[in-house]
Design a protein around this ligand. Structure first.
Ligand code: MIC
Ligand code: SF4
Length: 643
């Protein structure tokens, strides 16, 4: 049978299951990555698994999210991660070395390999022909321990690119173009494979912008073939030997094919507050901009930065604008500094930030009240920037630079001829920002160092046959994990302190939620469709668990979040009839009945004791997931199975 590219990689890594759409498949994982904001939890889970050393081909721990260090919390977390990495055989990418996805692409990704990362933008690696997926920290810990990664066998979508991009359009505009077609839930349950003659003109960093933003479509992952373009990129990185050719088979079948003529891709912006609220720059006009941020794992490659420098060269940014630029990695920053590009940016008025996530996760650089910020990032969820009433627009580096110069939302086409940028023939290769682990012999005597901010995991409770609880919170469609567990400079330092984090749970939607939840032993949450989209942070499950949330009932769930709920021991259920969502009100007293038999039959009944009605629910779980819930989550399940 002719296979798609993703099917080929899954087949080569299949540990358990059959490759039938929707069926649980267990995949062997070659590489893992973590970042610090999710890494502490992942490494606490790894330590709890009690294995001497990771079993993957390569595992890397990046420090890139929490680099503000306003107190002891962040540096203590860094120290914990560094000591764990040293002991367990994990490479440690120190703060300043760059954003995990950019550095992984440059230095470690390999065509044909599988990668799971405790960050939803791990699919960036698909630009190299990897099967790269975002996951919760506990799932990454299991993969480090040699365990398989479980996913429902995805559907296969194919995006067929034709022709060439217009001069001022870029890879970001392609990603936004697809988001406009498919929406933030259009990729759920699917792998998006990119191909067609149009890809031959897309470099690996451009491909990476596209695979990165597949996360915003809700896709399991996105992938490009490994071709001569891939080979050229790896050669520049001094790793041509990592290249292998990879493509889908002739005649491979896809569930959906989307044709895009690149000539139709104009400069686009995602308007507040969702990455799929996409409009053409040319039609937006006259919106005054107070801030522009260039960087993030979506758009911080050397080519992106050189284009920005060329646009800014010899000019000064508008008076009302504050411009930040964060290069994606130390390689990018040092290469910018060895030509005139960095100087051109500084002279134009840019504020150069360190090579880290920075403003993308609200670690500083919040916009002013009701400010308009144009960012080359991938998410513009309400409040994520740190300023609740700010309006965030997502755009390409070219459009962002144009906005910085004019002070208004601007179509870069109005700037005249697009600058052409030539990449250097030789790249600076310096891996000294990555600290190697100790040898197995030396590692025996090492212990991890935990600061006072690092608190243990909340304990999952075995799910029984009946649970009663009030409907403590009812929310709408497309609730993101940034709503459930906000981040930003004030909250992110507590990523290893669940009790403290619980003060902020759902406060974006309802400031009284944590106090209300604490009054009850058990709580239920009701959500709309695509509940839990966005980040992979398992804190969006662990913190509700700490606050007594026992089940979430929604119209539908995002893939990583539903896995995180189950890993935490929280029961995810969906409405059999979506209209029943309207029959429930916050404050209703509810009972879930027949849960254990529902694990087999797929049916659970929700009794609304306040209204005296019963609502049929769907319990769509694999046998492994049901066992995990019966055990009270992944950690208990792993412990029980180790006996
Ligand atoms: C994000 O972009 O939302 C993050 C911060 O990188 C998250 C991870 C986290 O919350 O720590 C993600 O994308 O998974
Ligand atoms: Fe970091 Fe932003 Fe990328 Fe998340 S999306 S990994 S916060 S740069």
């Amino acid at each position: 049978m002719a296979l798609t590219l993703a099917q080929k990689i899954i087949k080569a890594h299949l540990v358990e299951g059959t490759m039938e759409k929707g069926q649980d498949v267990a995949i062997h994982i070659d590489q893992t990555l973590t970042q610090d904001a999710t890494g502490t939890m992942a490494y606490l889970a790894l330590e709890a698994m009690d294995i001497p050393r990771v079993k993957t081909e390569l595992s890397v721990a990046y420090i890139d999210h929490n680099t503000l260090q306003c107190g002891f919390e962040n540096p203590d977390d860094h120290q914990f991660i560094q000591t764990v990495a040293k002991k367990y055989g994990i490479r440690y990418s120190r703060p300043g070395n760059g954003i995990c996805h950019q550095v992984h692409l440059e230095r470690f990704g390999k065509p044909g390999k599988t990668l799971v990362g405790s960050d939803s933008h791990t699919p960036t690696g698909g630009a190299l022909g990897m099967l790269a997926m975002g996951a919760g920290g506990m799932d990454v810990a299991v993969a480090m321990g040699g365990g398989a990664y479980h996913i429902p066998m995805p559907k296969m979508y194919f995006v067929n690119l034709h022709g060439e991009l217009p001069a001022w359009s870029s890879a970001k505009d392609i990603a936004l173009y697809l988001l406009r077609i498919l929406s933030v839930k259009g990729g759920v349950g699917a792998v998006i494979e990119w191909g067609g003659e149009g890809i031959k003109n897309l470099t690996v960093p451009q491909r990476a912008t596209i695979t990165n933003m597949g996360a915003e479509l809700g896709a399991t992952t996105s992938i490009f073939p490994s071709d001569e373009v891939t080979r050229a990129f790896l050669k520049l990185q001094g790793r041509e030997e990592d290249w292998i050719p990879l493509a889908s088979d002739e005649g491979a079948e896809y569930d959906k094919v989307i044709d895009i003529d690149l000539a139709d891709v104009k400069p686009l912006l995602a308007c507040p507050h969702s990455p799929d609220n996409v409009k053409e720059a040319a039609v937006l006009g006259d919106i005054k901009v107070s801030q522009v941020c260039i960087g993030s794992c979506t758009n911080s490659s050397l080519a992106d930065m050189l284009r920005v420098a060329a646009i800014l060269k010899g000019k000064t940014i508008a008076d009302g604008v504050s411009l930040s630029i964060s290069p994606g990695s130390r390689q990018v920053l040092s290469m910018l500094s060895s030509c005139s590009a960095l100087q051109d940016m500084i002279a134009a008025g840019a504020r150069i930030l360190e090579c880290a996530c920075g403003p993308c996760i609200g670690m500083g650089f919040s916009p002013r009240s009701a400010g308009v910020s144009v960012r080359t990032f991938n998410r513009n969820f309400e409040g994520r920037s740190g300023t609740r009433d700010a309006n965030i627009y997502l755009a390409s580096p070219e459009t962002a630079a144009a906005c910085a110069l004019t002070g208004y939302i601007t179509d870069p086409n109005t700037l005249g001829t697009a600058p052409s940028v030539k990449l250097p023939d030789v790249f600076t290769i310096d891996d000294s920002g990555v600290i190697m682990p100790a040898s197995p012999e030396e590692a025996k005597d090492l212990v991890s160092e935990k600061g006072p901010n690092i608190k243990p995991f909340p304990k999952g409770m075995p799910v029984g046959d009946e649970i009663s609880a009030p409907l403590t919170l009812k929310v709408g469609d497309n609730i993101t994990t940034d709503h459930i567990m906000p981040a930003g400079a004030k909250i992110l330092p507590f990523r290893s302190n669940v009790p403290k984090l619980s003060d902020f749970c759902f406060t974006v939607c309802d400031e009284t939620f944590p106090a209300r939840a604490r009054e009850n032993e058990n709580n239920f949450i009701v959500g709309g469709s695509n509940y839990g989209q966005g980040s992979s942070r398992e804190h969006a499950a662990l913190v509700p668990l700490y606050l007594g949330v026992r089940a979430v009932i929604a119209k539908s769930f995002a893939r990583i979040h539903v896995a995180n709920l189950i890993n935490a021991g929280i029961l995810p259920l969906t409405f059999r009839n979506a209209d029943d969502y309207d029959r429930l009100d916050q404050g209703d007293d509810l009972t879930l009945k027949g849960i254990l038999s529902g694990f087999e039959s797929g049916n659970v009944t929700l009794a609304d004791r306040t209204k005296g009605i019963e609502i049929p629910l769907v319990c769509d779980l694999t046998a492994r997931q049901a066992d995990m819930l019966k055990a009270g989550g992944l950690l208990n399940y792993t412990r029980e199975n180790a006996k």
